[in-house]
Write a protein that binds this ligand. Sequence first.
Ligand code: COI
Length: 338
Amino acid sequence: MSNDPFTAPFGSLFGDQMTVATLSDGHYTYGGAAQAFENFSLHPGTHALHYGSSCFEGLKAHRQVDGSLAVFRVDDHVARMRQSIERLRIVAPDGSVLRQMILDAVEANASFTPPTPGSLYIRPTFIGTTPNIGAAASPSETGILYVICSPVGDYFPGGVRPLTLYVETKIPRTTPQFGMVKSGANYVMALGPTLDAKRDHGADQVLFATGDDITETGASNFFLADDTRVITRQLDESFLHGVTRDSVIAIAADLGYEVEERPLGTGELIDWAAKGEVFLSGTAAVIAPVGTVIVGDARHTVGDGQPGPNTLRLREALTDILVGAAPDNHQWRTTVAG
Ligand code: COI
């Protein structure tokens, strides 16, 4: 397999250090330094393997134009990870502990950061480790919290290209109570519909619109844009509160777009495709243009099928902030040694 982050599959390469804390008796113990990246030894009855008591985060560190290294919106990702752990009914670590684990992992793996447009993808992960295959109705009492890093290029193979979305109106992405939890279970639930849409329609992603309520794709949030407006689904507990989604909203407002957070249906999407732009946002996806939406058996080309000017403008504004080519007006960057 390739060792080059720009040709290897996203997330398949790893730095050689990790940070690890353990949870027991309601407390997280972190030794305060990175250690060698290594396998865990898990009891076959581990709670996370049987009852899904696991969750994760995804954030990035970027090499800056001045040569330094900065993590993007670390505190927002820490807050979301704490919320996910709490939704597993497990005590969350202090935000300051998880924050330090992330920064220590990035510093220890700094030399793995590829040059722009690549980045160091950071994956904080929690697994409940109570060894009890009868504990379906009780939370894991012990756990491992760890942070690993992966040098990455583009998430969607083929770089910045217009994606094809299949709009799924019947099968939900996940359950209402877990929509905003970043748990592996949500992703595996979206996998079947995504593979089916790839096979049957050549789609890159499924846009979940259960009951004609557009929320998100399996791996990113969803936006409409034109020369004056940026529109996305209003937040509730049914889908992931993307940190990049929030960044796009702030950047769009800074650039003078009117931002609308409100319900979106397939009828509006079809009408919008004829005249406007559609894009996805996510830590992995950044801002990814959509060129085709498939609703039922009908394929609708978005604009001329190519990335639109507003999508590219927003993408450039975001990437300029990510790599320190634009001022950090929102205090989103945290500089790390390396
Ligand atoms: C992210 O954007 O960080 C995600 O977690 C999506 C994942 C499918 C790579």
